[in-house]
Design a protein around this ligand. Structure first.
Ligand SMILES: Nc1ncnc2c1ncn2[C@@H]1O[C@H](COP(=O)(O)OP(=O)(O)OP(=O)(O)O)[C@@H](O)[C@H]1O
Length: 590
């Protein structure tokens, strides 16, 4: 089991391909040297050509050197690009594999709580971001550091006074840039906050559209959206107002033109004074823009690094999440009974279940009931090990579930939860997941038992219809019946079922009840009951309140006891009567 470590840095995440990155940087630096070397003969060539008797063999030799160096520089750049992209692909593959392998061992509860959208963002987008960082920042490192440093050394060796002239503009540029970046952190925070508010109000507007249309006609939430947008625009205007002028002057000073103007003016004056050779003057005209040209790659590098550090942090936090300890034992449960021994469970600091002791005989039906937040979902999800208990133990057939291998546990327990999960694959394959070697006939039999066969046949491509594909919108009830078919095919001795809170229509409800009846024949069944009418006949009702078992027994016994269950039952009866009355009134007023 891994334990969460302190924040993971970008460099730690890209460590597996550091060799490739370093090679690409080294090749890119060689390319930068060759690029610089290609420029050096040019002033000499011009010097020769302008002399009274130019030596053509020397001119050709110099041109040859320049061409060779240019070719070498080009080859190095291409090779560095190839190596850095290969490393980026390799990193992408390593990270995706690591993530998927790690996700497969994380508690299902963590995956459910994090949500598939957020996980997809890390596995797809963040990994892609790191790919771009490795592929694109390598050549930048050479441009940002190697070229300007080498240029500086060459120019310094040629003429130190002119070198001072060539770098004179840089401090001025930095002054303006630091004026533009003044209060950057605070302003960035304000900007991010305003941006987040705009995003939230858009999400509120779109997600809450149903509520908005019913209660609000859109005015209030639209006003909230406008307000946050105005605030965002004001922040942006204030920021750009304060930084626009120094920022523009700063970036202008980092262009080639100002430095060339300065070098040309001072250089031609020195040349006229006979204090500067023509070839040296030309060398400065050719090379001095390199010095100042480092600024942009440096900025881009810092931008890439910031972006990728955030991605690395998200990725690192998933990889540091502790996995569920896996057992190597080959134990098998003796039967399909379940036993909770002194079980307590906390979500972080939040105690959700306390001292649960419970026996569930093999082949019986047990329903968990209780007010919202009592712990029904949590207790049921501990059985297929969505999380491990904090203290105590859960046993299936006399064996602690932590001593079963994952495969064994999954061959004993099926679960059908509300957030029904379908893969982007054909309906046939989605059902087959329950039993990979199932024949088509078995799949159809399971779909029939789950009351799903008829609606599947009415889909455009029947069993070959892709679930989730555009144009095939399955209703919640239909999705649930497909998952039930999968569980029927799986035919595990224990079924944990989260009863849907609301069915779309009575017909769907009847079909799902029939599907559940086929699924649960002769099995140990655990129901998270949200509506009491469906559980009157069960063998055992367990009443939870604030994470504890407060009552336990059959329906009649609990009603007679006149405690929490009786209250819940009375409320349920009232609600039923009320809905019948409303229906009757609606009919009689027609
Ligand atoms: N992922 C989670 N992280 C932190 N706390 C949680 C999480 N899931 C549930 N809880 C808390 O644990 C307690 C039990 O929640 P649980 O969902 O098991 O109750 P429930 O009886 O199923 O409620 P409901 O009928 O509303 O679904 C609640 O206080 C809830 O807020």
């Amino acid at each position: 089991m891994t334990t969460p470590t302190s924040e993971v840095s970008l460099w730690q995440i890209i460590q597996p391909v550091r060799g490739g990155i370093n090679t690409a940087i080294a090749i890119s630096v060689v390319g930068a040297i060759a690029g610089l070397a290609a420029l050096l003969p040019i002033p000499l060539v011009i010097d020769h050509l302008l002399s009274l008797n130019p030596q053509s063999s020397e001119v050709w030799r110099l041109i040859g050197i320049s061409v060779l160096c240019t070719a070498l520089s080009f080859a190095c750049r291409s090779l560095s690009f190839y190596v850095s992209h290969q490393s980026a692909f390799k990193l992408e593959q390593i990270l995706r594999t690591q993530l998927v392998e790690h996700l497969a061992q994380l508690p299902l509860g963590y995956i459910v709580a994090m949500g598939s959208g957020a996980i997809k963002k890390v596995v797809q987008d963040d990994v892609k971001g790191l790919h771009a960082f490795v592929a694109d920042s390598t050549p930048l490192i050479a441009r940002a550091y190697a070229t300007p440093i080498l240029t500086f050394v060459v120019l310094l060796l040629a003429d130190w006074k002119m070198t001072l002239v060539a770098v004179a503009i840089a401090p001025l540029g930095f002054i303006f840039m630091s004026l533009a970046m003044k209060d950057y952190k605070e302003r960035r925070q304000e900007y991010d906050l305003a941006n987040e508010q705009v995003n939230n109000s858009v999400v509120e507007f779109v997600q809450g559209m149903q509520v908005v249309r019913t209660f609000d006609d859109g005015t209030t939430s639209f006003v909230r959206f406008r307000q946050s947008l105005d605030e965002f625009t004001d922040k942006l205007k204030a920021w750009s107002g304060a930084t626009a002028v120094p920022g523009r002057i700063g970036s202008l000073l980092f262009e080639s033109l100002p430095v060339l103007l300065l070098v040309a003016s001072v250089g031609s004056w020195l040349y006229r004074q006979n204090q500067l050779e023509l070839s040296t003057f030309l060398l400065f005209l050719l090379l001095s823009p390199n010095l100042i040209g480092a600024f942009r790659p440096l900025m881009m590098l810092s931008y890439y690094t910031n972006q990728s550090s955030a991605a690395a942090k998200r990725l690192g936090s998933i990889l540091a999440e502790p996995t569920l300890p896996q057992s190597n034992a080959t134990r098998q449960p003796n039967d399909a009974s379940i036993r909770f021994r002194d079980v307590s469970f906390s979500y972080g600091d939040r105690l959700a279940l306390q001292n649960i002791n419970l026996e569930i005989p093999a082949g019986s039906i047990t329903a968990f009931v209780g007010p919202s937040g009592a712990g029904k979902t949590t207790i049921a999800r501990l059985i297929p090990r969505f999380w491990d208990v904090t203290t105590g133990a859960i046993e299936i057939g006399g064996v602690d579930i932590r001593e079963l291998t994952n495969d064994t546990l999954m061959s004993w327990v099926s679960f059908v939860f509300q957030d029904t999960f379908l893969l982007y694959d054909s309906i046939r394959e989605n059902i087959r997941l329950g039993k990979p070697d199932a024949t088509d006939a078995e799949i159809i039999a399971a779909a029939k038992a789950a009351q799903a066969h008829d609606f599947i046949l009415s889909l455009p491509k029947g069993y070959d219809t892709i679930a989730g594909e555009r144009g095939t919108r399955l209703s919640g009830g239909e999705r649930q019946r497909i998952t039930i078919a999968r569980a029927i095919l799986q035919d595990n001795p224990i079924v944990v079922l989260d009863e849907a809170t609301a069915f779309s229509d009575p017909e769907n409800e009847a079909l799902i009840q029939q599907a559940i009846a086929s699924l649960t024949q002769n099995k140990t069944l655990i129901i998270i009951a949200h509506r009491l009418s469906t559980i009157r006949e069960v063998d055992q009702i367990v009443v939870l309140d604030q994470g504890q078992i407060v009552e336990q027994g059959k329906h009649e016994e609990l009603v007679a006891a006149d405690r929490l269950y009786a209250r819940l039952w009375n409320n349920h009866q009232h609600a039923q009567n009320w809905s019948v009355q409303v229906k009757n009134q609606a009919v009689s007023s027609r």
